[in-house]
Design a protein around this ligand. Structure first.
Ligand code: DBV
Length: 258
C-alpha cells in the first residue's frame, strides 16, 4: 500500500487515556485487499489540532481524518479524535457506490470521561426495501446475537434514527477501567472484526445493478447522509474544540459529503 493510504498516526506523547486507533489500523489492513485508491481530503481537515480544558491546564486535541475509495466503495473514511482523558473517538463509515446494492458500514466508538459508548451496524440504504435488507440481515443477525449477549444494552436512541439502522444494531455503554477494557478486548474487538469481515464479503460478491435501481439507491444514500450530517452527535464537541466554521465544513464537506 502506498504511504498516503496508511492511516494518520497521532503523536503518542500527547496521549493519556483510552485509544481507538488500533481498531482503525485493523480496518485499514482489512481493506487493503480491495486495492484502495486515495480519496482526497483537504489539508485543513487532515490533522487538525486544538485545545480543550481550562486555560491553566489545557489538554491538546487532535482530529485525524483518513479516507480512501475502491471500485465498489465511493468513500471509506474515518475520523479519529484524541483528547487524552477528555475524549477518544473513532467514527468509521464505509459508503458504497450506488451502482451496488450494499448497506453502509458504520461504527461509532466513543470514549468520554463517563464511559464508553459504542455503536456498530451495517446500516440499510433503504430499510423498507426487503431486496436490499434481507440478504444482509440473514447473515448479520447470527453475528449480532452472538456478541449482543455479552454486552449491556445502550439504552434508548432517538426514534427518528430508527429508519437508519438494522435490527442487528449493536449499541452498548460500558464503564471505563478494567471491566470495560476486558469487554472491549473479548467482545467489541471481535464483533467489529466480524461485522467488517461480513461487509467485505458482501462487497466482494456485489454485482452492478441497473440504472433505475442505482437511482433509487442513490436517493436512499442521500437521505441517510443528510440525516447523519444534520444530527451528527459530535457537532457540539467539535464546535467546542475548533469553532463552528471549521466544524460545519468538516461535517458537510468531508464526513458526510455525498
Ligand atoms: N459521531 C459521528 C461522528 C463522530 C461521532 C462523525 C467525529 O457520527 C462521535 C465524531 N458520537 C460521537 C460523540 C458522541 C456520539 C454519540 C462524540 C457523544 C456525544 C455526547 O454525548 O456529547 C450512534 N453516537 C452517539 C449517540 C448515538 C450514536 C446514538 C448518542 C447520541 C445522543 O445521545 O444524542 N452514530 C450513531 C449511529 C451510528 C453512528 C447510530 C451508526 C453506527 O455513527
Amino acid at each position: 500500500m502506498s504511504p498516503d493510504l496508511r492511516s494518520n498516526s497521532l503523536d503518542p506523547v500527547q496521549i493519556d487515556g483510552w485509544r481507538w486507533q488500533p481498531f482503525l489500523d485493523a480496518a485499514v489492513d482489512a481493506i487493503a485487499s480491495l486495492h484502495p485508491q486515495p480519496y482526497p481530503v483537504p489539508e485543513q481537515f487532515l490533522h487538525k489540532k486544538g485545545q480543550t480544558g481550562s486555560k491553566a491546564k489545557p489538554t491538546p486535541v487532535t482530529t485525524a481524518t483518513w479516507a480512501c475509495s475502491t471500485d465498489k466503495l465511493r468513500q471509506v473514511r474515518s475520523a479519529c479524535v484524541e483528547a487524552g482523558k477528555a475524549a477518544s473517538v473513532l467514527n468509521f463509515v464505509i459508503n458504497p457506490r450506488c451502482q451496488f446494492d450494499l448497506p453502509f458500514f458504520g461504527a461509532d466508538l466513543v470514549t468520554l470521561p463517563n464511559g464508553h459508548l459504542l455503536a456498530l451496524d451495517l446500516q440499510p440504504v433503504d430499510k423498507t426495501d426487503a431486496q436490499h435488507t434481507q440478504p444482509v440481515w440473514d447473515r448479520l443477525m447470527p453475528i449480532f446475537e452472538r456478541w449482543r449477549e455479552a454486552l449491556p444494552g445502550g439504552g434508548p436512541i432517538p426514534e427518528e434514527a430508527e429508519p437508519y439502522f438494522s435490527p442487528a444494531f449493536l449499541w452498548t455503554r460500558i464503564p471505563l477501567g478494567e471491566e470495560g477494557d476486558n469487554l472491549i478486548d473479548r467482545v467489541v474487538k471481535p464483533a467489529f472484526r466480524d461485522y467488517l469481515n461480513l461487509y467485505l464479503e458482501l462487497v466482494n460478491e456485489a454485482e452492478p445493478v441497473d440504472e433505475a435501481r442505482s437511482a433509487k439507491l442513490l436517493a436512499g444514500q442521500q437521505r441517510y447522509t443528510n440525516y447523519r450530517a444534520e444530527k451528527d452527535p459530535a457537532r457540539g464537541m467539535l464546535t467546542r474544540f475548533y469553532g463552528s466554521d471549521w466544524t460545519e465544513a468538516y461535517i458537510h464537506d468531508v464526513l458526510f459529503d455525498l
